[in-house]
Design a protein around this ligand. Structure first.
Ligand SMILES: Nc1ncnc2c1ncn2[C@@H]1O[C@H](COP(=O)(O)OP(=O)(O)OP(=O)(O)O)[C@@H](O)[C@H]1O
Ligand SMILES: [Mg+2]
Length: 404
């Protein structure tokens, strides 16, 4: 059997086998054939033992790195599969349902949501659940690129195209070929760059700065913003035609304050993840801290919750995160109010209970889309009691009468 045939037989039996081909001097052609057929390296005779040892070392290093890469990929898979996006609230279930439909398509998706609601996490999950998952996922923060460099960043530049272009380089579209390009904060893109982006989305080809040659690109575009793009259009800050191009399918990520039932779940998930990331032993959250986390309205959404928990994990003296490990703004008005020496204990407790009740009712109402029947059910009280509390806390019109 020839060397090449032996190599093929070995690789058929085990595709992971690593071969170093040794060929006679002058038969360079068969060495090239060997690497094409999957040999890791080749040596030509005569060779000395050191050369062989270096080649074997290199092969072993390569195998170790490939193994690490596979592990890393598997880790990313779990991190960015839908499994990693926590949520059981009706609004998040709707998001998951839409994602499952959207992910396998080639469609452009516009992801909308306040800061910290998980836009990038969702974009990565869409990529991982698409046919492009083996291709690259590239995130570009449009607000972080100086307007003079946007074009070079997106479309690439030939050497000398502008003062600092010392080397020719591909743009993000070329780099994302075969994969997904995530245009984060797309609402901050300068108008001029918007026009060029529109052209690429229509024609699916880019031209590097300083070049006359257009290059075909196969890229799926996902975009995100926390801005209202329609308002930006009316103010002349965003091109209407680009909005229509991007707004083929829209995913609206709800703010955390409207996802009351997700908070406890997110707390558990994030504490678990953050303890592992910080390399500390697992911690739990005390009922008091849980209550404070539940009643705060999270203007910075999940990012704020994550940062709060990271800080609390570091501050907690033992394995339980307590109320005093949370920042003052979350511990709530009760602890920030100046102490009233005239108040009785019962009055103070009544005030705290009222604040917690009001917060929970508001959050649950929002989550249930305003349905009082479902809100009462979720809170475990009857409708009459809920109505009384709504009036007490000024959440129902003062002249409103309960109807059956
Ligand atoms: N549903 C979720 N389940 C678990 N973790 C989440 C969820 N949503 C967001 N996170 C986490 O919260 C953090 C913020 O999410 P992400 O960066 O995706 O938000 P964003 O909307 O892009 O925020 P920004 O507008 O600030 O860029 C990340 O660490 C992310 O892993
Ligand atoms: Mg983001």
């Amino acid at each position: 059997m020839s060397g090449l045939e032996t190599l093929k037989t070995l690789r058929d039996r085990d595709p992971n086998v690593m071969c170093i081909m040794i060929t006679a001097f002058g038969t360079i052609r068969s060495a090239i054939d060997a690497t094409r057929s999957g040999a890791f390296d080749y040596l030509t005779k005569p060779f000395d033992n050191d050369e062989l040892l270096v080649a074997v070392d290199r092969a072993l290093d390569n195998r170790r790195l490939t193994g690490e890469l596979t592990l890393l990929r598997a880790e990313l898979e779990t991190r960015y599969g839908f499994n990693d996006i926590v949520g059981i609230s009706p609004s998040m279930r709707e998001v998951f349902r839409e994602m499952a439909h959207i992910a396998p398509t080639q469609a452009t998706v516009l992801i909308l949501g306040e800061s910290g609601t998980g836009k990038e996490l969702v974009a990565r999950a869409i990529h991982r659940q698409s046919a492009r998952s083996k291709g690259p996922f590239l995130a570009v923060n449009c607000s972080a690129i100086p307007s003079t460099l946007v074009e070079a960043e997106f479309f690439g530049a030939e050497r000398g195209a502008y003062t600092d272009a010392k080397e020719s380089r591909p743009g993000r579209f070329e780099q994302a070929h075969g994969g997904t390009l995530f245009l984060d904060e797309v609402g901050d893109l300068p108008l001029e760059a918007q026009a060029k982006l529109l052209r690429v989305l229509q024609e699916r080809e880019v031209t590097r700065l300083g070049s006359g040659r257009s290059i075909k690109v196969d890229v799926r575009v996902l975009a995100a913003t926390n801005k209202n793009l329609r308002t930006a259009v009316t103010k002349g800050l965003f091109r209407e035609d680009l909005l229509y191009r991007l707004d083929v399918l829209t995913l609206n990520l709800p703010p955390l304050r409207d996802r009351g039932s997700d908070v406890s779940l997110l707390v558990d998930h994030l504490v678990d993840r953050l303890c592992r990331e910080l390399g500390v032993a697992a911690k739990t959250v005390s009922p008091e801290a849980q209550r404070l986390l539940l009643t705060y309205d999270w203007p910075g959404n999940i990012r704020e919750l994550e940062n709060t928990l990271r800080r609390a994990i570091v501050l907690a003296e033992d394995s339980v995160i307590c109320g005093h490990d949370l920042p003052g703004r979350i511990r709530g008005a009760a602890e920030q109010e100046p102490f009233n020496p005239a108040a009785t204990l019962a009055q103070v407790v009544e005030g705290v209970v009222a604040r917690v009740e009001r917060g929970m009712i508001q959050a649950t109402l929002a989550e249930m889309g305003g349905s009082r029947v479902q809100t009462a059910e979720r809170l475990g009280i009857n409708r009459k009691t809920l109505f009384k509390k709504l009036k007490l806390y000024g959440l129902a019109a003062s002249d409103e009468i309960e109807t059956e």
